[in-house]
Design a protein around this ligand. Structure first.
Ligand code: NDP
Length: 273
């Protein structure tokens, strides 16, 4: 049976094995998907041992190995080159290893699934870490009228700007976190602030004036950012569980060539958070 794996540290909490087993059952694909804990010093060794098994067809990579994995593969997608990090490896028929980042497509798919329009919309992306870097290009492909990336450490947003090829920079603004007041159609929180129960330092007036707030984090209850936005009167408030399932679906499609249904998997995970 074809073998798949997710590497990370920590990894015990990963929902990827459950998600992929649901996808496999749903689509009638025969595969095994496990999780593996690694440390930076032995990650590459583990990766090579895994792929020395000819049945090993691909793997997912989560924090903190996404950049290391991008350096290991033979080929990178254009999105992965920009992100400098990958979450998916596929063994190709020619034996070479292909690296992709599916976080961005997973986010865009989830936003569209939720009925959130992106074309000609004004989007504020909070954060300039790995997650922000991975979603920039797919978001820009949806042709928003403005994509403003704002970060607590403003220089990191500037670094992100410098990575973007000039042809996709058009309509894309960069600024520090607190220095704007215009309303946005959509605010995406890609910071890890919610994980520590913190709010990114963004003016309440900016949040209150937005149509929709999306937090990439998720837990068994709305994140602090979601709760805060709801209190400020934002009606459309979402967490990143759908993005998690969406990025897994994009990996599954890359490996198996079959598109799984995400909705029943999101519902099942939500019921068991
Ligand atoms: P990184 O560590 O690479 O980046 C963290 C970012 O958050 C930085 O921009 C940092 O700002 C900012 N930040 C951290 N704490 C605060 C704070 N208190 N106030 C304001 N900004 C803050 O993390 P990632 O980009 O990899 O991940 C970010 C989040 O996205 C995580 O919560 C992760 O779980 C989530 N995620 C969800 C996915 C999904 O499928 N749903 C997929 C990928 C990520 P600074 O530069 O100033 O330090």
């Amino acid at each position: 049976m074809d073998q798949y794996l997710v590497f990370g540290n920590p990894i015990a909490q990963s929902k990827s094995p459950l998600i992929h087993s649901m996808f496999a059952q749903q689509t009638g694909q025969e595969l095994q998907y496990a999780r593996m804990l690694a440390v930076k010093e032995d990650f590459i060794e583990h990766l090579e041992t895994f792929f020395s098994n000819p049945l090993a067809q691909g793997c997912n990579i989560t924090a903190p190995f996404k950049e290391l994995a991008a350096q290991w593969v033979d080929e990178l997608s254009s999105g992965a080159q920009l992100a400098g990090a990958i979450n998916t490896i596929k063994r190709q028929p020619n034996g070479r290893f292909f690296g992709e980042t599916t976080d961005g497509p997973g986010l865009v798919q989830d936003l569209l699934r939720l009925g959130i329009a992106l074309k000609n919309k004004r989007i504020l992306l909070l954060g300039a870490g790995g997650a922000a870097r991975g979603v920039l290009k797919p978001l820009l492909s949806e042709e928003p009228s403005l994509l403003l990336v704002a970060n607590r450490t403003a220089e990191k947003a500037q670094v992100l700007a410098s990575l973007l090829p000039s042809e996709i920079l058009e309509g894309c603004g960069f600024d520090a976190l607190t220095s704007y007041t215009q309303p946005f159609d959509l605010i995406i929180n890609s910071t890890s602030a919610s994980l520590s129960g913190d709010l990114p330092a963004i003016a309440d007036s900016v949040i209150a004036a937005s149509d929709c707030v999306y937090d990439m984090s998720y837990s068994d209850k709305p994140t602090v950012f979601m709760q805060h936005a709801s209190l400020l009167g934002v009606e459309n408030v979402y967490d990143g569980l759908g993005m998690l399932v969406g990025q897994a679906a994009e990996s599954f499609i890359l490996w198996r060539g079959v598109r799984p249904l995400v909705e029943p998997v999101i519902q099942s995970l939500r019921a068991n958070l």
